[in-house]
Design a protein around this ligand. Structure first.
Ligand code: ADP
Ligand code: MG
Length: 488
């Protein structure tokens, strides 16, 4: 669409068209009302000024009319009057309003009649002016003056009717042409029309320009510039629209950032995983090759190689278990399998399972938990993961001769489980980081073990149970990790 086409179809053009049309219609209506009221005012003025005219003429005509309506004396008197005012038309009407004598110049006969009710209205007490009637000859409603009169030798009652209508002076068109007031009114009306039209067009232009600016912002946003925001200058509908757009843009922007972050995390996860799988696989292959070697090896070295192969296989198994837990946690549509169970029983089982590992490491693993402890409501399989991970971490962090303890206590909100150790501890700045995926402390990185997934899984499981994880640690003194599980 070209520029002109766009302009014609624009909101501006439509608003301007509706505005100008209604302005024009309003002006025409106002002018029409004003002119017709002026006309009416002119008639009223004329009738008010000459209301006694017929009565005055009746005094002059009374005597000649005694001799008859069309008597030479009556016609003579009427001619005398109309010679003074040539625009005056005089008629003698009977009591029913029928024309008895027509003294108008030129005469138009005696066939017509005038509505007596209008005559009586004007003759009544304080009539509402102008009183108009259809006058004889002209067949047009107009103002008049009337007086009661008796005519003929028998003194018949009738009316002397003076037609005050002067078509040439009272028509709208004539007024337009000849009245300076009307001219000034029309002229100032036209100027007012032009000025208000121009002001309206400029104002609509400013209004639609704000719309156009908003549209341009939305277009830039839709083309991928997510930083675009509208300026909600005023507190009107356009301002509200701009604010609503900004809110929407903010939400979309945040969602895109979140998607990018998820994407980055996913790529990082794949990179970390391939590394975590490659290390044990390479070492597995190395030990297997040594066993296959043609050169004979001592039975001690042989059993060391087999032990290393088993350790690496264990590491891979642990990794794949962690991955399956992670994917289960990521699938948010999978609900937790909440069920009531005895936490005391679970804790004793897990501690028993880790006793062998603790003995090997020379660490005392103990449990402080009443068997009568109230049951909790949670996902048994996932809570097993949480406690196993926490005990495993504590055992890894504790040197030979140290101790690890699981404590479970009933509290107001639920059962609080704490796993404490007197091991290496964690530096204060690392405490908020260790629950992130793949984060490993500097010392753990140096030992080249672990994947850094364990605590992130623990945190996610606890969050899904609405049971935030609390970690307190002092480097060199030990660590305490606790979580409160709701009662069943
Ligand atoms: N009780 C603890 N004492 C000291 N360091 C700990 C303790 N628990 C976890 N960490 C450290 O926090 C980091 C993250 O732990 P985790 O997510 O379980 O990773 P990993 O799978 O490597 O064990 C690890 O580097 C680990 O050394
Ligand atoms: Mg761990």
């Amino acid at each position: 669409m070209n520029r002109l086409g766009r302009l014609i179809h624009s909101l501006y053009a439509r608003i301007a068209l509706v505005y100008l049309t209604s302005l024009l219609l309003l002006s025409v209506a106002t002018a029409w009302i004003a002119i017709s009221q002026f006309n009416q005012l002119g008639r009223e003025f004329q009738q008010r000024m000459e209301i006694d005219l017929a009565a005055n003429l009746a005094r002059v005509m009374q005597e000649p009319l005694r001799q008859g309506a069309n008597s030479p004396a009556a016609r003579q008197a009427a001619r005398h009057i109309t010679s003074i005012n040539s625009s005056l038309s005089l008629y003698l009407l009977d009591e029913n309003g029928r024309v008895v004598a027509d003294y108008a110049q030129p005469s138009c006969g005696t066939a017509d009649a005038v509505d007596v009710r209008t005559l009586e209205t004007l003759l009544g007490d304080s009539p509402m002016l102008p009183v108009m009637t259809i006058s004889p000859c002209s067949h047009q409603a107009g103002v008049f003056s009337v007086a009661r009169i008796h005519y003929g030798p028998t003194g018949e009652p009738g009316y002397l009717y003076a037609d005050l209508n002067n078509a040439a002076q009272t028509s709208t068109f004539a007024m337009l042409r000849t009245s300076s007031i009307t001219r000034t009114l029309v002229f100032s009306g036209l100027i007012a029309l032009l000025v208000s039209g121009a002001i309206g067009l400029i104002w609509f232009g400013l209004l639609t320009r704000r719309f156009s600016a908003l549209i341009a912002t939305v277009r830039r946003f839709s083309k991928g510039d997510y930083s675009q925001r509208a300026a909600p200058l005023r507190d009107d509908e356009i301002g509200h629209l701009a604010r609503a757009f900004n809110d929407m843009a903010g939400t979309i922007d945040a969602q895109i950032q979140a998607m990018r972050e998820t994407d980055r995390q996913r790529r990082e996860l794949i990179a970390n995983l391939s590394h975590d799988f490659r290390t044990p696989l390479t070492s597995l292959r190395g030990y297997a090759e040594r066993l296959l070697d043609s050169e004979p090896i001592s039975s001690r070295e042989r059993s060391r190689s087999i032990q290393a192969i088993m350790d690496n296989a264990d590491r891979l198994t642990r990794l794949s278990q962690q991955l399956s837990t992670l994917s289960r946690l990521d699938a948010y549509d999978q609900p937790l399998q909440l069920a009531p169970f005895s936490l005391a029983e679970l804790a004793h089982d897990i501690v028993g399972k880790f006793q062998h590992q603790a003995r090997e490491a020379g660490v005392t693993l103990s449990i402080d938990c009443e068997p009568s402890l109230a049951w909790v409501s949670a996902d048994l399989g996932l809570i097993d993961r949480v406690l196993s991970n926490l005990i495993d971490n504590a055992l890894h962090a504790t040197d030979s001769g140290g101790s690890v303890r699981l404590t479970a206590r009933a509290e107001a909100r639920g059962v609080k489980v704490t796993i404490s150790d007197d091991g290496a501890g964690i530096a204060a700045e690392e405490v908020p980081l260790i629950t992130q995926r793949f984060y490993r402390t500097a010392s753990s990185r140096a030992q080249c073990e672990g994947s850094g997934l364990g605590l992130s899984i623990v945190r996610e499981i606890c969050e899904r149970h609405d049971a935030p994880l609390q970690i307190r640690s002092q480097p060199g003194k030990g660590t305490e990790v606790s979580v409160v599980l709701a009662y069943a």
